[in-house]
Ligand binder design. Structure first.
Ligand SMILES: Cc1cc2nc3c(=O)[nH]c(=O)nc-3n(C[C@H](O)[C@H](O)[C@H](O)COP(=O)(O)OP(=O)(O)OC[C@H]3O[C@@H](n4cnc5c(N)ncnc54)[C@H](O)[C@@H]3O)c2cc1C
Ligand SMILES: NC(=O)c1ccc[n+]([C@@H]2O[C@H](COP(=O)([O-])OP(=O)(O)OC[C@H]3O[C@@H](n4cnc5c(N)ncnc54)[C@H](OP(=O)(O)O)[C@@H]3O)[C@@H](O)[C@H]2O)c1
Length: 280
C-alpha cells in the first residue's frame, strides 16, 4: 500500500522562472534512507481538480550522507499545458507542506562485476537538463565515502543559467586537483546546446547537445577521450545516462558500435556497461 508522508518545503532557489532547486524536510525531521540515483515521489493537491493529490517522481539530487534534507532540481512544465504538479510546486512557498512517498528506483551505482569483484571501472555520467540530478547525488556520495574511481560528469543544457550545479561540481573538481587524483579523481564538463543565442554569449566550452562529447573529431578521438587521455573501452568505463530518450539513443548510437550494452540488454554472463533512466 502507498503510504503518503508529510514534509515541509524549507528552501526554494529559483535559477530562472521555470527551473528551481527545492529542499524538503520530512515532518518529524527523519530523512528517509535512500541510495544515490533513486527518486522520491512528491504529492500536492491540485486546486483545479478539487484538491486531488497529484503525485510525480523526482530524482534526488542530495546524497544519503546528508541527513538534513532531500534536494530536488525541477523544471516547471508549462507547455502545451501547465504541468499538474510542477505548477503547484512553483507556486509553493518555503514553509508549505507537501506529501512524499519513500525513495525507490534502480538507477543506482553499480558496485560489483558479475564475478562478484568490485566494479573499479571509470564512471562517466551523462545528464541532460534536470537529468543531472542523480549524478549530483552520485558525486557527493562518492566524495563522502572516499571512492577512488575516476568520475566524469558531463552536463548538457540549452542555456548557461541552466547549469544548475556548476559551482558545486567545479569546486569538487578543484578538490580533486588540490588533493591529488589518487585520492579523489573527479572531472566536470558541460555543453551548451544553443550557443548561438545571445544569452549564451559568455560560453566558450563544448557546444551542442551533451552527446557531442562522444562524437569523434577529425583526429579520431572524442572530446570525452581527450578529457580522459585514453581510448574508452567496455573494459575501462561504465556509463550512466539520464535525460530525454533522445539523449540516451544518441549516446547509444556512439556506444553500440563499440560493443557497449545496457543493463536492460545485459549479456548472458550478466555483464553490461551502460545504465540509463529516461524521461520521455
Ligand atoms: C524516475 C523519474 C525521475 C524524475 N526526476 C525529475 C527531476 O529530477 N526533475 C524534474 O523536473 N522532473 C523529473 N521527472 C519528471 C516528473 O516526474 C514529472 O513528469 C514532471 O515534473 C511533470 O509533471 P507535471 O505534473 O507538472 O506535468 P503533467 O501534468 O504530468 O504534464 C506532463 C506533460 O504532458 C503535457 N500534458 C498534460 N496533459 C495534457 C493534455 N491533456 N494534452 C496534451 N498535453 C498534456 C504537459 O503539458 C506536459 O508537457 C522525473 C520522472 C521520473 C519518471
Ligand atoms: N529521471 C527523469 O525521468 C527525469 C529527470 C529530470 C527531468 N525530467 C523531466 O524532463 C523534462 C525536461 O527536462 P529538462 O527541462 O531538464 O530538459 P531541457 O532543459 O529542456 O533540455 C536539456 C538538454 O536536452 C536537450 N534536449 C531537449 N530535447 C531533447 C530530445 N528530445 N532529445 C535529446 N536531447 C534533447 C536540450 O537541447 P536543445 O537546447 O536543443 O533543446 C538541452 O541541451 C521535464 O518535464 C522534467 O520534469 C525527468
Amino acid at each position: 500500500m502507498v503510504v503518503d508522508n508529510k514534509g515541509t518545503i524549507t528552501y526554494v532557489q529559483l535559477l530562472k522562472e521555470d527551473l528551481g532547486i527545492f529542499r524538503m524536510v520530512p515532518n518529524g525531521g527523519q530523512v528517509p534512507d535512500y541510495k544515490p540515483g533513486q527518486f522520491i515521489t512528491i504529492g500536492m493537491p491540485n486546486p483545479v481538480e478539487n484538491n486531488k493529490i497529484v503525485r510525480r517522481a523526482y530524482s534526488i539530487a542530495s546524497h544519503p550522507e546528508n541527513r538534513k534534507y532531500i534536494e530536488l532540481v525541477v523544471r516547471w512544465v508549462r507547455k502545451p499545458l501547465p504541468g499538474r504538479l510542477t505548477t503547484q510546486l512553483f507556486n509553493a512557498k518555503e514553509g508549505d507542506e507537501v506529501n512524499w512517498i519513500k525513495p525507490t528506483g534502480a538507477f543506482t551505482l553499480n558496485e560489483k562485476m558479475p564475478d562478484g569483484s568490485k566494479d573499479e571501472r571509470r564512471i562517466v555520467c551523462i545528464g541532460g537538463g534536470t537529468g543531472l540530478a542523480p549524478f549530483v547525488s552520485y558525486t557527493e556520495h562518492l566524495h563522502d565515502v572516499g571512492d577512488k574511481r575516476e568520475i566524469i560528469v558531463l552536463h548538457g543544457a540549452s542555456y548557461v543559467d541552466e547549469l544548475s550545479y556548476k559551482e558545486l561540481l567545479t569546486n569538487l573538481e578543484y578538490d580533486s586537483l588540490d588533493r591529488g587524483k589518487d585520492k579523489w579523481n573527479f572531472t566536470y564538463r558541460a555543453s551548451i546546446s544553443r550557443p548561438e543565442e545571445w544569452f549564451n554569449r559568455s560560453w566558450s566550452g563544448q557546444t551542442g547537445r551533451v552527446e557531442t562529447f562522444l562524437r569523434p573529431k577529425d583526429n579520431g578521438k572524442s572530446p570525452l577521450e581527450e578529457i580522459i587521455g585514453e581510448k574508452i573501452t567496455k573494459e575501462n568505463t561504465m556509463f550512466y545516462i539520464c535525460g530525454w530518450q533522445g539523449t540516451i539513443d544518441a549516446v547509444m548510437d556512439f556506444m553500440n558500435p563499440r560493443g557497449f550494452v545496457t543493463e536492460r540488454k545485459k549479456r548472458e554472463d550478466g555483464s553490461f556497461e551502460v545504465k540509463y533512466e529516461s524521461y520521455g
